[in-house]
Design a binder for this molecule. Structure first.
Ligand SMILES: [Zn+2]
Ligand SMILES: [Zn+2]
Length: 336
């Protein structure tokens, strides 16, 4: 059995936190010697799994481009059914192993409780799992599919210019994760603006203790904004494959921050890092880590980075205090 206390500590309530701070990409540390390792991680981490999914879709699931050139119910519903089934299998597999079978029990689990142990009225059927799964599969995935289909159709029908130049397409493929995370950072910041947060983004944040089903559990307005990076491709002389790749990154890639476990055990002795902690802290503290520990340190640049350490807790509390005081000054109330 892997010993999680070799990697972190558990408090009295059973919440586990890693000892090491979350590492930022070398662009922020200015450490050129870390760059090769980072590039390898970029190409052969989670992105490898997503690329395998995108290639499988491209070769076996998507119809020939000539069919995509005309918008018809037949192939669009087929893609929708495939996407719902694919998401159900993918997120369901992680949910089954970690949250139903509890294969790792509470080892490496940030939050000491499982969502099923705390039913709540904020969720449909008082169940986080059912609420999140239904929202993910029957709201977000159909909205994302509709956006992907329309963008691909505009490309295939010749309504917008595209490119088949392999160098350009490879460049767009390599750039897509950076585009996705940068786009997501700014959209995510915007939907934390209080009036939008209350009506829209709070649905996603109902899951303070997220599980894989929480990944795409959103208000439909957020789902629509979330897939906006696909629409940007219309202005980039892009290619339908890049659109599919972005769809896969946005859909399946959302799992990373919502695993709830810091490391995934592979057998009795081995485990791999999940990269889930940055976004877990966002669900816990709300106004930190609008982006994950991805390629560019957006949160560090904008003063909202939390690396999981006690020092970062203090910095965050000071920032929240200053914000409350500024608000109290504006409204003439007390800074509670
Ligand atoms: Zn989230
Ligand atoms: Zn948020």
């Amino acid at each position: 059995m892997v010993n999680d206390l070799a990697y972190g500590t558990r408090d009295k309530r059973g919440n586990w936190r890693p000892n090491a701070p979350i590492a930022l990409p070398p662009v922020s540390a200015g450490a050129l010697k870390k760059l090769p390792g980072f590039v390898l991680g970029y190409l052969f981490g989670w992105n490898t799994l997503y690329m395998a999914i995108a290639l499988a879709y491209w070769h076996w699931a998507l119809p020939e481009t000539q069919f995509v050139a005309s918008l018809e119910w037949g192939w669009t519903l087929r893609i929708l059914a495939l996407n719902i089934a694919g998401a159900a299998l993918f997120f369901g597999a992680f949910e089954l192993r970690l949250y139903m079978q509890r294969a790792q029990e509470r080892r490496f689990k940030y939050n000491g409780t499982f969502p099923a142990e705390k039913p709540s009225d904020v969720f449909w059927f008082r169940s986080q799992a059912w609420d999140n799964a239904l929202r993910s599969l029957f709201l977000t995935v159909p909205i994302g599919t509709a956006i992907m289909v329309v963008v691909m159709w505009l490309m295939a029908s010749g309504a917008v210019p595209t490119s088949d130049n392999p160098i350009w397409v490879i460049a767009l493929v390599l750039f897509a994760p950076i585009l996705h995370e940068g786009y997501f950072f700014f959209v995510h910041r915007a939907i934390h603006w209080e009036p939008i947060y209350k009506r829209v983004h709070s649905v996603h944040h109902n899951s303070i203790n997220p599980s894989p089903w929480s990944s795409l559990s959103m208000h439909p307005v957020e789902s629509t904004l979330y897939y906006g990076a696909l629409v940007l491709q219309l202005a980039l002389f892009s290619n339908p494959f890049v659109v599919l790749w972005l769809f896969v990154l946005a859909t399946f890639g959302a799992i990373v921050g919502h695993l709830g476990f810091d490391r995934l055990e592979l057998g009795q002795q081995r485990s791999v890092t999940s990269h889930a902690y940055a976004h877990y802290l966002h669900h816990k503290y709300f106004e930190v880590n609008y982006c994950d520990d991805g390629v560019l340190p957006w949160d560090q640049w904008f003063g909202t980075w939390h690396d999981g350490t006690k020092e970062a807790d203090e910095r965050m509390k000071a920032r929240f205090r200053a914000k409350r005081e500024a608000k109290a000054r504006r409204t003439g109330g007390s800074a509670k």
